[in-house]
Design a protein around this ligand. Structure first.
Ligand code: UD1
Ligand code: CA
Length: 452
């Protein structure tokens, strides 16, 4: 079996410099959805027909298992498939997909291929409003005889509500000859792929149809309006999958998954969260409202409060995070770590039961167990040219508003007094304070405004 994906169209109505098939649904180009679905059918050949924005399309979708066919001029869907035909061989079926129809399921395509096993098959759908689509014309016995395009249809044919989705399975052995016979003497002056149906019928080959389970599977994108509609449909589908799998969603209409979200049991997700890349949520993880998690692994039982932003981080079990926490790339938190409001952590490891609950910056640090990082603590990791490491050993207590000028080490069990600016290592089990001694000046007067 071969798959040909048509992706040469410009998409004028997108009003964009980006070729249509590269516009994203769930953070992934439309055509990439189609390619990923195609791969799951394990084709011998996977060919993308490209034209508009050729080089960008190729470089964005590039992969070892994709072959390319250029269609320099868009002369119709039949002409588009003809550009790929020399790469197809002569055996099996050729499945034609559209690069701007992203949500067709593998199951539907398998049923279509099955229906076309001994002939040709077309994926069709009944629409309340069939305007603009090719109509499926059947004979008195109900057998499909041809597809007629809207612009070429009679009034009678226009009343037909069963339409061509464009997705077809064609016997590869016949394809080249049929495409060679196509003429463009129609209303649009194009070489219609759809005309091969009548050719198959004329040869007495069985022509069958299959239908998708949901209409959204065959919806294409021609405008930003349709792009937005399909995004919501796709997100709703993903949300339903999560619900079915046992995730509690405060509102299935208010979640966005732009990647792979995996989860354990009894996970709950509040409204407005965005999951990007690969996100893993362990058992009983709670994600509060309006969090953004990108490439994050969260251990079981961790609670994330509202408005957190985490990227490329690993979070241990039973953590307590946020609200307003930011974890940047390279953050690794052990079990039962607390990261509170307005705390930023970057490229740092924080071991079990340590806490930084308020207003801190922890960058390029290694923090041991049971450490308490006071409010306003800052690791001064950058000297303007290079980054340096801060090491804080187990059971350290860091007073509020402390600066740790890296490279620096705080020994096990040490205490740093509030307001300390630490420029040298602090010895273990000792109080280190760097601030000036407190003075109280009796009789000191506040300055007075000078009267003019
Ligand atoms: C096509 C079908 C129509 C069907 C409809 C479903 C034909 C003649 N008509 O019509 O029966 O109901 O799709 O949406 O096939 N493309 C190319 N090169 C071309 C022309 C098109 O790559 O020269 C690609 C487009 O990028 C798009 C797809 O093929 O992905 C369909 O093209 P489009 O112009 O939208 O076809 P329609 O006229 O809508
Ligand atoms: Ca179309």
């Amino acid at each position: 079996m071969n798959i040909v994906i048509l992706a040469a169209g410009q998409g004028k109505r997108m009003h964009s410099n980006l070729p249509k098939v590269l516009h994203p649904i769930a953070g992934k180009p439309l055509a990439q959805h189609v390619i990923d679905t195609a791969r799951r059918l394990d084709p011998e050949k996977l060919i993308v027909v490209y034209g508009h924005g050729g080089e960008i399309v190729r470089s964005m979708l590039q992969a070892d298992d994709i072959a390319w066919a250029e269609q320099a001029q868009q002369l119709g869907t039949g002409h588009a498939v003809a550009q790929a035909v020399s790469q197809l061989g002569t055996a099996g079926q050729t499945l034609v997909l559209y690069g701007d129809v992203p949500l067709t399921t593998v199951n539907t395509l398998k049923r279509l291929l099955q229906a076309g096993k001994d002939g040709l098959s077309v994926l069709t759908v009944n629409l309340d409003n069939p305007t603009g689509y090719g109509r499926i014309v059947r004979d008195a016995a109900g057998n499909m005889v041809s597809i007629v395009e809207e612009k070429d249809a009679t009034t009678e044919q226009k009343a037909i509500r069963e339409v061509n989705t464009g997705i077809m399975a064609i016997p590869t052995a016949r394809l080249g000859e049929w495409l060679g016979k196509l003429k463009n003497d129609n209303a649009q002056g194009e070489y219609y792929l759809t005309d091969i149906v009548a050719l198959a019928v004329a040869e007495g080959l069985p022509v069958r149809t299959a239908q998708p389970e949901g209409e959204w599977e065959v919806l294409g994108v021609n405008s930003k309006v349709q792009l937005a509609e399909l995004e919501r449909q796709h997100q709703r589908n993903l949300a339903d999958q999560l619900l079915v799998a046992g995730v509690r969603l405060a509102d299935p209409a208010r979640i966005d998954v732009r990647g792979e979200l995996s989860h354990g049991r009894d996970v709950s997700i509040d409204v407005g969260c965005v999951f990007e890349g690969k996100v893993e949520l362990g058992d009983a993880v709670e994600v509060g409202p309006y969090c953004v998690l990108k490439n994050v692994k969260v251990g079981a039982g961790t609670r994330i409060a509202a408005f957190c932003h985490f990227e490329d981080a690993v979070i241990g079990p039973d953590g307590v995070l946020g609200p307003y926490a930011r974890l940047r790339p390279g953050t690794e938190l052990g079990p039962e770590v607390h990261i509170g409001n307005f705390v930023e952590v970057k490229k740092s490891r924080i071991a079990a039961q340590s806490k930084a609950n308020h207003l801190a910056y922890i960058g390029d640090a290694e923090i041991g167990q049971r450490v308490n990082v006071g409010a306003g603590t800052i690791t001064c990791n950058y000297d303007g040219a290079n980054k340096h490491l801060t090491v804080i050993e187990d059971d350290v207590f860091i007073g509020s508003d402390t600066q740790l000028v890296a490279p620096v080490r705080v020994g096990r069990g040490a205490t740093l007094g509030a307001g300390t600016t630490l420029t040298k290592d602090a010895p273990p089990e000792t109080l280190t304070v760097s601030r000036a001694k407190q003075l109280s000046l009796a009789g000191w007067q506040r300055p007075q405004k000078v009267k003019k």
